[in-house]
Design a protein around this ligand. Structure first.
Ligand SMILES: Nc1ncnc2c1ncn2[C@@H]1O[C@H](COP(=O)(O)OP(=O)(O)OP(=O)(O)O)[C@@H](O)[C@H]1O
Ligand SMILES: Nc1ccn([C@@H]2O[C@H](COP(=O)(O)O)[C@@H](O)[C@H]2O)c(=O)n1
Ligand SMILES: [Mg+2]
Length: 240
């Protein structure tokens, strides 16, 4: 089990984030995190910390989920996969379930407000303040809606850059029963990725927030590029 602890140097970083995001905060989403809640025990998470948000981008099968699991283990992040949250809505027979299922089958993008509502709910009910938001934003529209609704920008953005043929191979071998893991839908998802997701990658590159990871090789080889990104942020490492 990892401990929810953070080194003193993170406080400096968190304050810097507050200053950077001051103009867009508007006390919406932040209110949940700025409420003073007494510590339950020494060294546990304090809810008054600024959330540290990492967007995790990359094409279908580029390895986002796989690498997120390792970051969670080593650095105590909470992993929120937009795709998983949407699949959970389908499984729970929610009113939007059929629409979400049809959208996923077509490799298209679910309306931003719906996906953001699911992400927001998870963040607000979490005791953690470090989040990996995987597979979001998938489009400029997703990105802008997130900023407007949540009143916050990501601190950093990871981009897993993987050749198409490798992504197709991985997805076809995934074997998790996903309705979109077939060659017809994968081709559609790759087109959507190029047309809608790459502009988001470009946006964050130009903002200086993007960490591009060469997503070829073994899982451990790729993680060797990911690890230093988080280690350099001075979060206390919770497990080697
Ligand atoms: N470096 C790797 N080499 C070979 N296979 C990998 C590698 N990384 C992940 N995989 C496998 O490829 C498949 C896709 O990985 P993963 O689910 O992490 O991708 P993803 O980016 O989250 O995809 P999606 O966007 O479709 O959810 C999984 O079966 C995973 O085990
Ligand atoms: N922001 C998002 C994220 C995902 N979707 C839909 O879910 C599908 C699967 O997503 P994965 O991240 O698990 O690959 C994706 O192809 C989209 O149909 C979405 O609409 N918006
Ligand atoms: Mg995934």
């Amino acid at each position: 089990m990892w401990r929810r602890v953070v080194s003193a140097s993170h406080f400096t970083f968190a304050h810097k984030s507050i200053a950077n995001n001051k103009d867009v905060c508007k006390l919406k989403f932040w209110e949940a995190f700025t409420t003073e809640i007494p510590l339950k025990e020494k060294g546990t998470f304090q809810r008054d910390k600024t959330p540290f948000i990492t967007f995790v981008l990359g094409g279908p099968g580029s390895g986002k989920g796989t690498q997120c699991m390792k970051i969670v283990e080593n650095f105590g992040f909470t992993h929120l996969s937009a795709g998983d949250l949407l699949r959970r809505e389908i499984a729970s027979n929610s009113a939007d379930g059929t629409m979400i299922l049809n959208t996923i089958k077509e490799g298209k993008i679910v309306p931003s407000e719906l996906t953001i509502r699911l992400i927001q709910k998870e963040m607000e009910s979490s005791d953690n303040y470090k989040f990996l938001i995987d597979g979001f934003p998938r489009s400029e529209e997703n990105r802008i809606a997130f900023e407007q609704i949540m009143g916050v920008e990501p601190d950093i953005v990871l981009f897993f850059d993987c050749p198409e043929d490798e992504m197709v191979k991985r997805v076809l071998n995934r074997n998790q029963g996903r309705v979109d893991d077939n060659i017809v839908t994968i081709k559609k998802r790759l087109k959507v990725f190029d047309a809608l997701n790459l502009p988001v990658v470009k946006y964050y590159m130009e903002k200086g927030k993007l960490y591009k990871i060469k997503a070829v090789g073994t899982v451990d080889e790729i993680y060797k590029q990911v690890y230093p990104v988080f280690a350099s942020l001075n979060f206390e490492q919770v497990r080697e």
